[in-house]
Design a protein around this ligand. Structure first.
Ligand code: ATR
Length: 275
């Protein structure tokens, strides 16, 4: 990649950020299309100053991750309606100093699911009510699928359910998974180093169900292993990461992303492992 005075710069901001896979995923896409773009990562503590910096330096696109997805919103010029509804921004596009916030987590989750299963007239259970669960629940809003949101803290599930026309419950409702078609773990349970954890017991799973685990480190979580044993259809967590990046790529460059190449790089990076 030749970097010169015309190179357009994109980045991801978060704290911590040193294990982010986003630079590898985006840069492999730029390289494959021969674009004069480069993508880097910044650990940001002072968000206000960072946003001023994006405008001052003309940073073209910014991916936003924990802990800045909500707090960045008042610092932008415009927020897309969907991101406003979700209450979180994971993408900023800079058009000549005008910063607009979007959320690509939500359509990415939907895309990952729809690659594997239809959602029409299905029963879907989401476990979790944090940021990831919000993106998924809003993605499913408007789909013809019945959604039950289960969370350890039921009040949080109640709030999200109200916003997304879903039903809700506490962990005592987990047995309802037996009757579900689509099961989504939107909690961090099972994530490295806690790899021997699954909120969902193997006994609740059966053939023909689709199981989506948002955890991608490790790729084969305990829940995914259970789901495979029960011959369920699988949606890997890394697919959501891939598609949110692919959607950002399109917004930053205006070009169709080389998704297959980006996926290959992502899987290579996951294999080398992050923790
Ligand atoms: P994220 O942005 O990744 O969704 P978050 O906002 O901190 O992260 O939310 C984490 C979610 O995982 C929450 O729904 C949390 O449940 P609580 O709201 O009760 O805290 C859920 N969670 C995390 N670890 C869990 C565990 N071991 N058992 C059950 N739920 C868990």
């Amino acid at each position: 990649m030749k970097i010169n005075a015309q190179t357009k710069i994109c980045c991801v901001i978060g704290d911590p950020i040193q294990h982010s896979l986003s630079p590898a995923i985006h840069n492999t896409g730029y390289k494959s299309l021969g674009l004069n773009f480069v993508y880097t990562a910044f650990r940001v503590e002072n968000l206000k100053d960072a946003v001023l910096g994006f405008r001052a330096l003309g940073i073209r696109g910014i991916s936003v991750t924990v802990p800045h997805k909500v707090s960045v919103m008042p610092l932008l010029n415009k927020i897309d309606n969907k991101a406003k509804e979700i209450g979180a921004v994971n993408t900023i596009v800079n058009d000549n100093g005008t910063l607009t916030g979007y959320n690509t987590d939500s359509p990415a989750a939907l895309r990952a699911l729809k690659e594997i299963t239809s959602l029409i007239n299905k029963k879907t259970v989401i476990i979790g009510a944090g940021g990831a669960a919000r993106a998924i629940a809003f993605g499913l809003k408007g789909e013809k699928t019945d959604v039950l949101i289960i969370n350890r803290t039921p009040e949080k599930a109640k709030t999200l359910a109200k916003e997304t026309n879903s039903r809700f419950g506490g962990l005592s409702k987990l047995c309802e998974i037996k009757n579900a078609d689509v099961i989504i773990n939107a909690t961090s349970a099972g994530m490295h180093p806690d790899t021997n954890t699954s909120i969902i017991s193997q006994d609740f799973l059966r053939e023909n169900q689709t199981v989506f685990d948002i955890v991608y480190n490790p790729k084969e979580t305990l829940l995914i292993k259970y789901a495979k044993l029960k011959k369920c259809k699988i949606v890997y967590g890394y697919k959501m990461l891939l598609h949110q990046a692919a959607l950002q790529f399109e917004m930053f460059t205006g070009l169709i992303p080389p998704v297959d190449i980006m996926e290959k790089t992502l899987l290579n990076q996951l294999e080398k492992n992050i923790n």
